[in-house]
Design a binder for this molecule. Structure first.
Ligand code: USQ
Length: 403
């Protein structure tokens, strides 16, 4: 690529996932040349926990054919795992990307808390995969920009404002700009903390360039890709591991199953719509950081209390004539409820991100998209109620008195 603003060659690691698939389609539609790596792990993990995507999705082969129909070009695609170093190295050497978007991680906090095997698997998969990518970029194409999906959960919920990655500290008369403390709350979130540290070090030691995106919880079914072809649809999970809060609440409302805020529901998190996640990742691509720069940005639309979101989904569902009910359940997690939470998200706004302000219409769209698949959600209803507890026991969470 010779000039800023020109199309790039972008490698998407984790192309088959909830974000990876619509992101690939969007970037290709915007003129970029996209290549992918995936081995279908997300499909296997969801199957392992006894669930499936509420919205049926095409097989990986069908998706790749659909992608080629859209772009009218053969796609470079590697079926494999970043934990296999040769895959990471081959892909970077053969494609020589301008940017690598790394989404190829096991993304579920609950899955990582199941037992020792799932904890070790999560950390091995995420940490080794990222290390392999860093080494492959260094060896084969050190000027490539690594865009890594981190998570807002790396910061935890400290009793002070959260900056974007770094803050100025004064201690015993000395001042420095240091990484803001990371205080993850699950083995999964902790794997992302390790990734962040490793990427920061690779930038420092080897002069690589990276943007680490601290992304909030993503929700939605609509990603701005052509709706005409079913093969373009992205997945939608609702089980206790791979379904995230708003998505689960919508699936529950559609299926007529109570909406489940955990505990008092006073936990606060940053959320953003799927379309906004795509927009933000695209904004981060250009301009890339300088060689050796490790930049961190926080990415979410707004912060919300979980009970407030349950209420919004309830209201949107009632408007569509769905009889939604909110029934809190015991919180299976060890996490603060009723805490201070004030993270920055200035960078993306300065770069032109306009958050989706109309959550009500996003929720309506999601509910409408899910209604035809009520049967598919009910078929797997047993995977909705949580039983993976952060204290290591496995026991179904009981309903709480409605608050
Ligand atoms: N929650 C409920 N009821 C539910 C599900 C979740 O009250 O049925 C609560 C949880 O207790 C938690 C909050 O909602 O306080 C968020 O939980 P979540 O399952 O939606 O999200 P989380 O486990 O934090 O992980 C998700 C994605 C992960 C991503 C992260 C961004 O699975 O890949 O990194 O969101 S963040 O939360 O900002 O760290």
């Amino acid at each position: 690529r010779s000039l800023p603003g020109e199309p790039m060659k972008i490698l998407i690691a984790g192309m088959d996932g909830y974000l990876g698939w619509p992101l690939s389609l969007r970037l290709a539609a915007h003129g970029h040349v996209v290549a992918g790596i995936d081995k279908g792990s997300r499909r296997n993990w969801v199957e392992e926990v006894g669930s499936h995507s509420a919205i049926p999705i095409a097989s990986l082969d069908e998706r790749l054919r659909a992608f080629q129909d859209l772009t009218e070009q053969p796609i470079k695609f590697w079926t494999g795992d970043l934990c296999d170093y040769s895959i990471a190295k081959d892909a970077i050497r053969a494609f020589r990307p301008d940017a690598v978007v790394h989404l190829a991680e096991m993304p579920s906090a609950a899955y990582s808390m199941i037992d020792a095997d799932h904890c070790a698997y999560t950390q091995r998969n995420n940490v080794i995969g990222t290390l392999n990518l860093l080494h492959a970029i260094r060896e084969e194409n050190p000027s490539a920009h690594l865009i890594k999906l981190g998570t807002m959960g790396e910061y935890g919920t400290p009793n002070m404002p959260i900056p974007e990655g770094f803050f100025e500290v004064e201690y015993r008369g000395y001042k420095d700009r240091l990484p803001f403390p990371r205080q993850a709350g699950s083995w999964y979130h902790q794997s992302k903390v390790h990734d962040s540290n490793n990427i920061m070090m690779a930038c420092k030691l080897w002069g690589l360039r990276s943007t680490d995106i601290m992304q909030g919880v993503v929700y939605g079914t609509r990603d701005g890709t052509p709706a005409a072809d079913d093969r373009f649809r992205t997945r939608f999970d609702f089980d206790q591991c791979f379904g995230t809060a708003i998505n689960r609440f919508c699936a529950q409302a559609v299926a007529g199953i109570p909406i489940t805020p955990f505990g008092s529901g006073r936990q606060v998190r940053g959320f953003l719509a799927l379309q906004d996640s795509m927009t933000c990742i695209e904004l981060v691509l250009d301009p890339p950081p300088a060689a050796g720069e490790y930049r961190v940005i926080n990415e979410f639309e707004e912060t919300y209390k979980i009970v407030e979101l349950a209420g919004r989904v309830h209201d949107a569902a009632m408007e569509l004539g769905l009889r939604a009910e909110i029934v809190p359940v015991e919180n299976p997690r060890l996490e603060a409820e009723g805490h201070y939470y004030s993270p920055d998200r200035r960078t993306l706004i300065e770069w032109g991100y306009h958050p989706t302000t109309d959550m009500a219409s996003e929720l309506r769209g999601m509910l409408e998209d899910l209604v035809p698949y009520k049967g598919r959600i009910l078929e797997k209803a047993s995977v909705i109620r949580p039983d993976i507890r952060w204290n290591g026991t496995k026991k179904a969470c009981s309903s709480l008195k409605v608050l």
